[in-house]
Design a protein around this ligand. Sequence first.
Ligand code: HEM
Length: 459
Amino acid sequence: MAVSVNERVEAPGPRGLPLVGSALDLLLNFLDTTLKGREKYGDVVRYVAGPPGRMRVVAYGIAHPDGIKHVLASGSANYSKQDAAYNELRALVGNGLLTSEGETWVRQKRLVQPLFTHARVAGYVDMMSEESDRLVERWTEMKKQDGTVDLHSEMTRFSLQVVCRALFGSDTDRIVPVLRDNVPYLSRKAFTRSLSPVHIPHHWPTPGNRHVDRASNEIYEVVDQLIADRRATPSGSNDLLSLLLNAQDPEGGRGLSDAEVRDQALIFLLAGHETTATSLTFTFHLLGLHPEIQQKVRDEAEAVLSSRLPDHADTSKLTYTTMAIKEAMRLYPAVYVIPRLVEKDDVVCGFTLPAGSVAALSAWVTHRHPDFWDDPERFDPERFTPEKEKARHRYAYFPFGGGPRACIGQYFSMLESIISTAVLVRAFEFTSPPEPVKLFNGITLRPNQAMPCRIEPTG
Ligand code: HEM
């Protein structure tokens, strides 16, 4: 029977500890807590964090694809990004397309969307191929000293280089080291602050706040400098920075100010490199554990590419490679949880979500939902044949979100992943150690340790 918004049907969930509720479980062990929460309580689970009263956060873990679809797409007008995690992110990286809302977001989207059409993004394929080839050279040299590479640091380096080249053309030397030093710290900080029941204002001069200020100021300074240089001497190039600086509002409004260009650039850097790095890290890790699947990816790369580097037409022919990447993103979704603030009382999957609570959509949990995935922990790219994808609920799999706020960089990151996977698997055989990987869930998911993988040249 349908439940109306006027009836209150409270979702089940753990009571947690007195005063803190489930805050510690969520902070220290989010992935396991939410996975077990679904098993024990069902598709909507109520978690409380913090003491009763104004400081208490009530969050609803939603695992059923119908609920995901409602919050992200069909009912999205009732769900905002005014939750604690997005507030923290905004304080750290400003008001770009990922963090903005309302009219500001609508205008930004109008200005930025044309930069991410398939035709535009296809223009980055040669650069992605070139960077993949440079990685083959780098690993060939590294292999001479030691037979292993640390997948996570290598893929972070690679994806940072790719997104920086897309943004700044050849101007990457100044920005790459600054981001490499500061982004992991800021990402970790945003996550811990968003779950902490005690909120120290950002402007208080605590050592933690000063460290955050230093880290974000360092990033701001280089990006501002790159923008000022480009305004002074336009490069005539087609990188994203030039496109942002020249973006015209199709509805006749003004273009983007320098501060807005910086906010967009920061969002692309942040949203576009840790996420792709995680996806690639786990793709290679899983291929390194499954030699027969790895061989199929290699056979495909050799059949499609022979000894060439991929061009844009090749990417749509690398179908099995794409399936393997999608399956790795199912098991290890970089954006493992999407939060939203519930604006008005609502009903999701038969349970009340009161205004002011948080809807937490966890890809980590839904991508393992046994009603939608057989033997969910098994790595099996065959789950992503076109027929199987079509037969499945659209929101049983949402690594790039969905609805109006879906990822604008999805095509960019898929092309980058397909190209680098094909080129690297053609060049090397990967063997991963069988031990389970310890994970760290900050704003994004990543390994909490080095990810050594043995590589052997194939040819
Ligand atoms: C594997 C790689 C990536 C993953 C898993 C990923 C995931 C996501 C997800 C889940 C969202 C939705 C967040 C929400 O609804 O709260 C999102 C939004 C976004 N992503 Fe990505 N992303 C990836 C790569 C990229 C890249 C390469 C870029 C840019 C160069 C990018 C830029 C953005 C932006 C700007 C948004 C906000 C869109 C909007 O709200 O209109 N992402 N991404």
